[in-house]
Design a binder for this molecule. Structure first.
Ligand code: NDP
Length: 590
């Protein structure tokens, strides 16, 4: 019998084909859908369009929200003016797992350039109390076959993942050439020498034959644009820059503090239970509640760990990509449904899941008004679903107050703290759990390709890539975790396949005595059309409450998003492209 550890995570595969007898009538579902639409419109009416309600320009008075609170160990060093074969912008999982594949192919000269003081990316920056990953650790942590490591829990904590990142860097000798506390500010193609020239905020000028943009999908913290944000006289920071000097390592310094937190996304959901235990008073400023499901966590069974056979993770990943096995009878039933019926059944099953989440709130949260406020009114997956067993009970504590702004959000802060609906909240500490910029390839960096074209300028007329990885006119440059690639709940599934693809491409160049590869205009155009063909087949995104999954409710070009085919289709495209490299790439020799 399959053990619980072997079961794949399955959070949004609704069985919409079953004909349950006790289903409520369709009017019940239609009424809930109407409420979803009302709640979405309420939020859209309050906000400026799209991402305009946020700023990630953390300079001037806001610069303190971006500074690294952990990086005291970054040392002064000589300016670099040297050459490497492969340069990674960013030192998170993208760089680590791709480097491992490159080492397997014999690539020696690999440099990571990283803004933080160590590798780890997300797991370097996000050290807020309670930080953990909501993706099953046996799937999320990459290279488990290669390292022989077995995560200690079903859902690994942030500290464990961060340590694991460092162990990968050690194992594959990635510290040798790495530079930390360094931000890449320009990446310019030198068409005479056919190398990238990478400039940094520390005055470096590094030549690299291959550059991999491995800067993450959610890396640059953003703040809500709130009037008076800079006038707050207490202490404040962003969740990804946790100030343990202020809070104490175990939050012990908060025992006499009035603490506020703005935002109730996945980061806040993990931090709030810890803050609730430690703070004298905690105020949670909510604009939209997250969906909170049960967190089915346990310590890894040592017997199971010992029984794992070589290659177990690769097999597990392959199974996850294949998806659950659907019996033929169910397949036939689905095939016989009209498109409309299929969509309606899927929506109804989704609503059932959301109502189960509502029911749990009623069961756990004692104050009926607070319980009502914590209920999310949107389809599951409109926002990142959250899993926690202590979040909802936190609101039963006498020191915790939920300030439900009912979709409006906090729009005013003064020296004492936020003000909402005529009430002034007097705080010692205000924490921003307001998220990150999403999937920006360049982030801090200007990428200038052949003919002096800035990648952002090229993207100004619509994102153009092949597989989300290559862009015509940017030879030997690879993008990881960017738009036009597949996006999965388990991000490392995508990064893993992209890392393998990039390592294969680099190996192809090295093995075939060519110097560079650049995807052709036609190959890029075919991919852009493939992305367009798969996007927006339903009104699902438009119907969702605003959030970063749907560009905060803004309309955008069909090509400016992720590839919405299946993961399997994405991987099939990748291998077809690699089978016929010369049909998709132009090469140069030197
Ligand atoms: P999010 O972008 O998910 O959340 C930002 C929060 O700030 C939202 O609740 C938003 O409300 C709120 N907000 C913005 N402006 C205001 C305002 N003026 N007043 C009140 N509230 C406001 O950021 P997170 O850092 O929480 O999460 C980012 C992502 O990081 C996650 O979605 C997930 O992908 C990843 N993550 C993953 C974890 C995991 O376990 N795998 C754990 C933590 C993070 P609204 O919803 O109304 O926009």
């Amino acid at each position: 019998m399959a053990k619980k550890q072997d079961k794949p995570q399955n959070i949004f595969n609704f069985d919409y084909s079953s004909d349950k007898q006790d289903r409520p009538p369709q009017e019940y579902y239609d009424q809930i859908k109407e409420k979803f639409a009302e709640e979405r419109d309420l939020r859209l009416d309050y906000r400026p369009p799209g991402t305009d309600s946020y700023t990630s320009d953390l300079t001037g008075e806001l610069a303190k929200y971006a500074t690294d609170p952990y990086g005291h160990q970054v040392e002064e060093r000589e300016t670099l003016n040297d050459s490497v074969e492969v340069l990674f912008i960013g030192g998170g999982f993208s760089a680590l797992l791709t480097s491992a594949r490159l080492r397997e192919k014999g690539v020696e000269s690999i440099r990571i350039v990283e803004r933080g003081a160590d590798v780890g990316g997300t797991w370097y920056w996000n050290r807020y109390p309670g930080v953990a990953c909501d993706v099953v650790a046996y799937d999320y942590l990459p290279l488990l076959d290669e390292t022989g490591y077995v995560p200690s829990r079903h859902y690994a904590g942030g500290q464990e993942i961060y340590q694991y990142c460092k162990s990968i860097a050690e194992r594959f000798d990635l510290y040798d050439l790495a530079v930390f506390g360094t931000t890449v500010t320009s990446t310019v193609w030198d068409s005479d020498e056919e190398v990238w020239v990478v400039g940094t905020d520390r005055g470096d000028s590094i030549k690299a034959r291959f550059v991999v943009c491995a800067n993450g999908t959610l890396s640059k913290p953003k703040l809500a644009k709130i009037d008076g944000i800079e006038t707050f006289a207490g202490h404040s920071f962003h969740t990804s820059r946790w100030d343990y000097e202020y809070t104490g390592d175990n939050l012990q310094n908060l025992a006499d503090k009035r603490v506020g937190i703005i935002g109730t996304g996945a980061s806040a959901v993990q931090a709030i239970p810890e803050l609730a235990k430690a703070a004298k008073e905690l105020y949670v400023f909510q604009r939209t509640p997250s969906s909170i499901d049960v967190r089915d966590d346990w310590e890894t069974d040592p017997e199971w760990a010992a029984s794992l056979e070589p290659g177990w993770q690769a097999k597990r990943r392959a199974r996850a990509i294949e998806g659950p096995r659907v019996p033929d009878a169910v397949k036939a039933k689905r095939a016989a449904m009209s498109r409309e019926e299929k969509i309606q059944r899927q929506e109804n099953a989704n609503i059932d899941a959301m109502m189960r989440i509502h029911k749990r709130i009623d069961e756990v949260v004692e104050d009926p008004q607070t319980a009502e406020s914590l209920k999310p009114w949107y389809m599951l997956m409109c926002k990142r679903p959250c899993f926690h067993n202590e979040y909802l009970p936190s609101f039963n504590r006498p020191n915790v107050t939920l300030v439900d702004t009912k979709g409006e959000g906090i729009s005013q802060i003064n020296a004492s703290g936020p003000e909402f609906d005529g009430t002034q909240y007097e705080l010692d500490l205000l924490i921003y759990a307001t998220g990150f910029e999403v999937q920006q390839t360049g982030i801090y960096n200007q990428i200038i390709g052949e003919g002096g074209q800035d990648l952002n300028v090229k993207y100004g007329d619509g994102i153009r890539t092949l597989l989300g990885i290559h862009s015509h006119g940017y030879p030997n440059l690879f993008i990881m975790g960017g738009y036009q690639a597949f996006f999965a709940f388990n991000l490392t599934d995508v990064l893993n396949s992209q890392g393998e693809h990039i390592a294969e491409c680099i190996d192809f160049v090295r093995q075939n005595q060519i110097h560079s590869l650049d995807c052709t205009y036609d190959a890029e155009e075919r991919w852009v059309q493939e992305v367009i063909a798969h996007r927006g087949k339903t009104s699902r995104n438009r119907d969702c409450t605003p959030g970063y999954y749907n560009f905060e409710g803004a309309e955008n070009r069909r090509q400016d998003g992720n590839y919405n085919g299946t993961m399997k289709q994405y991987l099939d495209h990748m291998s077809e492209i690699r089978d016929k490299m010369s049909e998709h790439f132009a090469f140069t020799e030197r």
